[in-house]
Write a protein that binds this ligand. Structure first.
Ligand code: HEC
Length: 165
């Protein structure tokens, strides 16, 4: 009895081992695919949650903002009288589902009201980084561009989408 059982017993662990290797391989493959798909998707659908500005840029933006905007919108972006807040629920609601390009363009053509050309496009892009940082959006490793077209590709999403990290 043990004579015909023995070789079988000997084989089974090997089979189970092969199976485990296969399962692990399949797991690694699917995790890898998920990672690839996710990065492809991140490239296709860039949002305010994708890390679209750098800390450094937001810092320069804060300085330009203090010099050219805070007189009306206040240092902490809270707004004052006719100048609306550039943070908080109303601001987020105004720009939600539009693009970062729309926000940039608004500033580019109309702010500061007395002389929109007194602040360069690059400086305004830095200011947008400062605004995004204050809104709680994460910094990344690439600076925001300073053309409306490039920034139109970034969707302003007020609330964090569940699948983005
Ligand atoms: C002299 C005061 C003043 C200065 C300086 C100023 N703003 Fe404004 N800003 C306003 C007023 C008033 C409004 C609302 C009416 C309008 O659109 O003109 C406004 C509106 C805005 C809006 C639209 C907000 C929304 O949610 O609709 C943004 C964005 C903005 N300003 C950004 C800036 C930035 C960035 C700067 C600096 C480069 C700046 N502003 C400088 C007075 C000012």
């Amino acid at each position: 009895m043990t004579a015909w059982l023995a070789p079988r017993e000997g084989r089974e662990p090997a089979n189970i081992q092969t199976m485990k290797v296969k399962i692990v391989a399949a797991l690694i493959a699917s995790l890898w695919t998920a990672g690839v798909l996710q990065s492809v998707r991140a490239e296709q659908a860039s949002t305010t949650w994708s890390g679209v500005y750098t800390e450094e840029q937001a810092k320069s933006g804060a300085a330009v903002y203090a010099k050219n905007c805070s007189e009306c919108h206040l240092e902490d972006l809270a707004g004052d009288g006719f100048a609306p807040a550039l943070k908080g629920p109303e601001f987020m609601n105004n720009w939600n589902s539009l693009s970062v390009g729309d926000l940039f363009e608004r500033i580019r053509v109309s702010m500061p009201p007395s002389n929109p050309n007194s602040v360069s496009a690059k400086e305004k892009s830095d200011i947008v980084a400062h605004i995004l940082k204050n809104a709680g959006f994460p910094a990344g490793t690439t600076e925001l561009g300073s053309t409306t077209d490039s920034l139109k590709a970034i969707k302003f999403e007020a609330t964090k989408p569940p699948l983005n990290h």
